[in-house]
Every structure is written in C-alpha cells, then in structure tokens.
Ligand binder design. Structure first.
Ligand SMILES: [Ca+2]
Ligand SMILES: [Ca+2]
Ligand SMILES: [Ca+2]
Length: 406
C-alpha cells in the first residue's frame, strides 16, 4: 500500500512537472520498486514508454488528451497518406513549431498495438504493409529537452490492392525492347532482362481516337525478326483477356508502328498497357515466362470522348452524316470542311486535340439537310493530329480526324 501511494505521488509529480514546467528535474519511475533516480530530462523512449493512460485514469483525466503537451511544442497537423505500392504508404504532415523530430505511430485500424518510429523529417515511407487494408497513423512532436507534444488527430489510409495482373518475363540473350513510344510515353528502356515495369509512365488515350504506337527492338548482336503484341486492359478488370484488349500487333526487324482505335466503351481512368515482344513468332499470350524476348508494362489513362455520343441509336441513325476535312493533312491556315447533315438546323463544330482538350468551338446556324461547305479559317494549330466533330443538340452527328502538317 505504501508502495502504491509512493508510486502515485511520483506519477503525480511527473504530471505536474510536465504540465507546469518548461525545464524541470523530475523523478523517473523505475519498475515496481518505486525507486527513483534523478534525470535532468527525459529521453524519447522514457516518455513514450511511460504509461500515461494509467496516470490519466488515476487522475480521472481525459484519455484522449495528452499529459505531456508543453507550451511551444506544436502538435503536428495536416496528416496525409498516399500509396507507393500495395505494401508501402507515403505518409506526411506539416512542420510543427518547436519540433526537433517526430514520433510516428501506426497500426492496422483493427489492431491495438502502435508501431512507434522516430522520424527526423515530416514524411516517411511505411513499408511491409498488407494490401487492401486500412491503417491508422498519428504523429507527435519531440521538442527541446525531449518534451513531446500531444499526438495529432488520427489519420486513416487504406493500402491499395496487390497488382492483379499476371506476371510475364522473357529472356534477352539476343533481343530486348529498346523503345516504346505512344503519346506522352517515349521510353528508351534498354535491356531489362526480360521484363520492365514502367507503370509510373502514363499517357492519355481518348475514347474513339486513333493513336499510333511505335516499337523499337534492341539487339545484343545482329538483328532478328521480332513480333510485337500490345494489350490494354480496357475494362479495368485486371486482365488482358477480354475482347478487343489485344489492341495492336505487328512484326519486323527494326522499328514497327501500328495504329489502333480506343473503343468508346473503354472505361475512363487509369489502366494497364502491356507490350510483348517475341522472336520469330507472336507469343500469343500476355502472361508467363518465355524465351527470346521482353515485355514491358505501362499505364494509360482513358479519357472520355470530348463530346458524348448521345446514344448509339442516334449515332447510327445519323449515318447519312459525314464530315470531311480537305486538304488533309492541312498545310496552310485554312481548310474546307464538308458536312453532310441528315437534318437541318444549327450545328456546333468543335476541334479537340487527342488528349480531349477543346481548342475551338463554333456554332453554324441554318445548316441544310444535305451537303454543307464550311470554311475553317485562321488555323494556328501546332503540327499533329486533331479531332473535329459536328454536334446537333446533344448528339455527335459526325466526327473525323485531321492532321496539321506545316
Ligand atoms: Ca526494355
Ligand atoms: Ca480486361
Ligand atoms: Ca476479363
């Protein structure tokens, strides 16, 4: 009993010293003996190992507040988390006043034990996490003399799911993928020993647009015929097995190109593209270990067509409609547009780049049913491929692509 009272007094002195003193000399509690020794300050571990919850319950204090909050030692705020992969999360917080370093606590949301780390900066990559799992983290400041702030409020994050895509890997004794170019991707990768993960690289692909992919092999010696297959997971279900997901194939001994059209049904958002190269024949599968070639993965972002097709029936019913730009490629500052319209009325003509950005929009009133000539003037577009569309009401009645080549 005497020991308990002594312990309680020591705990109380700890609390009071922490709350009221900026610089202090207090008693450290050593185990069950209740023996005390003098310290001029606490180190981090002493503070963190201290059972503050026990003291708070003895004193009837709020369990959610922190006893060791000290004036001038700010509580971290602005906690944020973003996934680096399915098992690694980047967490960060704002600089807190007086903080020399930080204590980072994290745990699975359903768990009870916090993992405790010291971090010198204001961010940290937490590794070894479980995919598709909710975690919590909180941060406190460690200030001069080992004084710690209260913990920040708790921030939750959920790790992303494990990569659902099948693995693939070739061998590169004779050949490898040296470059893949599509839109904003222009990646010279060299020899990746059979597989290259470039999912950090991405390009936008607009529904309905036609794009060209350029594929270049590299050889360790002489050149050989290489067969290429390009897959895109258009329906974003984690495989390349659905209809239309083998988007391009071609072969040759040097650089090959292939055009493909992104379906209007492709789901918008980020998805995976896989490029497979194989010596002498098409590999015929986007998965597995194989010899004589290389595979590389990229990200693509499917972007909604700039003008929604009102519905399939409307679009088909307007099959009389057509849009022709001439000359194509456009070389000067003007071009002629012939619009064959199924019904009369005003028509909105829009020009967009292949990333879906609308560059020009104008309405032409009193188009007739039949052939209309429309002059496109003051074309000051950079060389490249563009989309032109004619819209009546909410329906795209015709669209085409044209090239500017100056
Ligand atoms: Ca490569
Ligand atoms: Ca798929
Ligand atoms: Ca599927």
């Amino acid at each position: 009993m005497k020991r308990k009272i002594l312990s309680l007094l020591l705990l109380l002195s700890f609390v009071l010293a922490q709350v009221y003193c900026q610089s202090f000399i207090i008693e450290d509690i050593v185990g069950e003996q209740g023996v005390s020794s003098q310290h001029t300050s606490f180190d981090d571990n002493q503070l963190d190992n201290f059972n503050a919850g026990h003291v708070k319950s003895l004193l009837g204090l709020n369990q959610n507040s922190d006893l060791v909050a000290a004036a001038g030692c700010g509580v971290p705020a602005g906690l944020a988390a973003s996934p680096l992969n399915s098992t690694t999360e980047h967490v960060s917080w704002g600089i807190a006043g007086g903080a020399l370093k930080y204590r980072l606590n994290y745990k699975e949301a359903s768990g009870t034990v916090w993992t405790n780390l010291t971090v010198n900066g204001t961010s940290y990559n937490i590794t070894g996490l479980t995919p598709s799992t909710t975690y919590q983290f909180r941060v406190r400041s460690v200030c001069a003399g080992g004084v710690t702030s209260a913990f920040s409020s708790i921030k939750k994050f959920k790790t992303v799911g494990a990569d659902p895509y099948c693995t693939i890997s070739g061998t590169t004794d004779f050949e490898y993928i040296n470059n893949v170019t599509l839109g904003a991707i222009n990646n010279t990768s060299g020899n990746n020993s059979g597989f290259g993960d470039y999912t950090a690289l991405s390009t936008g692909l607009v529904q309905g647009a036609t794009r060209k992919i350029t594929l270049t092999p590299g050889f360790t010696g002489s050149s050989w015929p290489e067969y290429w297959e390009v897959y895109i997971d258009y329906n974003q279900d984690g495989d390349f097995a659905d209809a239309g997901e083998l988007v391009a194939k071609n072969y040759g001994e040097g650089t090959v190109t292939k055009k493909f059209t992104i379906p209007l049904t492709a789901l918008t958002g980020k998805t995976r593209m896989r490029v497979v190269m194989h010596f002498n024949s098409y590999l015929g599968t986007p998965c597995g270990a194989y010899s004589d070639g290389e595979a590389e993965d990229y990200s693509v972002k499917i972007v909604a067509a700039p003008f929604a097709v009102a519905d399939a029936e409307n679009f088909n019913a307007a099959s009389l409609n057509s849009l022709v730009v001439s000359p194509n490629p456009v070389k000067g500052s003007s071009a002629n547009v012939v619009l064959q319209a199924g019904k009369p009325g005003s028509v909105n003509i829009k020009i967009a780049d292949l990333s879906g950005r609308i560059l020009r929009s104008e309405t032409i009133n009193s188009m007739i049913a039949g052939k209309n000539n429309y002059s496109l003037r003051n074309i000051n577009l950079l060389p490249g491929t563009y989309m032109i569309m004619a819209q009546q009401g909410n329906a795209v009645i015709a669209r085409t692509q044209f090239v500017v080549d100056k």
